[in-house]
Ligand binder design. Sequence first.
Ligand code: MG
Length: 385
Amino acid sequence: MKCAVLVVGAGSGKRHGGKLPKQYQHLNGMLVFRHSLMAFSDHPQINTVIAVIAEDAKPLFTVAADGLNVKTVPGGASRTASVHEGLKVLADDAPDIVLIHDAARPLVSSALISRIITAITKSHGAAPGLALADALKYLHEDGVAGDDIKRAGLVQVQTPQGFPFQPLLEAYTRLGADAEFADDIAAARAAGIECIIVQGEPDNFKITMPGDLEHAERLLHQRNVPISVTGSGFDVHRIIPGPQMVLCGVSIKGDLALKGHSDADAGLHALTDALLGTIGAGDIGDHFPPSDPQWAGVNSSVFLRKATDLVEQRRGKILHVDLTIICERPKIKPHREAMRARLSDLLNLDMNRVSIKATTTEGLGFTGRGEGLAVMANVTVQLSG
Ligand code: MG
């Protein structure tokens, strides 16, 4: 079944108090519109995402939709006209069902989208609704409360509202250009299509009034409580005679070198693996195969940079690194502060969050015999979202 969504954000509502329309306000580091688009573009049952936007909001929308597979349609004079424009564009490659969502409802959940899709049939639509908790009364112009309105039988309706595509398109076509409705249920009903109400979600509120953005921000923070993860890495290189070895980005001159395809910096290799481990992104060999000649003799900071970039893309923040170098020679202590400074620089991390320790294996094993040098690395990363 082909399922499309129109995310409608052509309005200029500023009741929330900001200078820009609510869908272009910042919410937890992203524009409100982007949160709404991502809810659908990340959903496995949605094939097409179309945004209906105001023509003059294009530069803002470009920021909101950066990197997302979203087509845009210019909106019309009213919400009803905007939806009609979107439906007409979809008609070229008609989906089976279409959902219509307010761009200013950024916290719509994947589960709610699924519930709506499941509830739509060939003959009727589906929309989320919430029962009312507070008493309802008419309000007189002088601010005095009037008669009660019975809550029983009333429902607050949210979006996404979903319909079988073809009947909805025909309904909008029949309504004509000047028709104006509060939402798509009203437009569909005017053309004889009924809509059933499924359970909505309180968090799926529309950002409208001052304070709504702050409320949404608090809810997102609760959802995205950061967690700390730990990655570990281990690497060994053979020790050979040579004028210098590169370890933790520092050149140690003398009579020892490390053998390897790249610059053989076992410290940066172990650290790269530990970083990849925090985000489950495989190991250094997956990203930089030793069989690939382009990595011959390369400075290992290239590998580390790739790993830090990947961690950053996952909204990770490196908190602490701790390395243990295992060898009999060279002596690490004279170089330790230079190594910490170099790692601090490469990781953009305060030096007191960079620990380097060294040990021997009391003459035992390959490190004890001086055949090789090993490095263990542990990294702590804070992940959010
Ligand atoms: Mg290595």
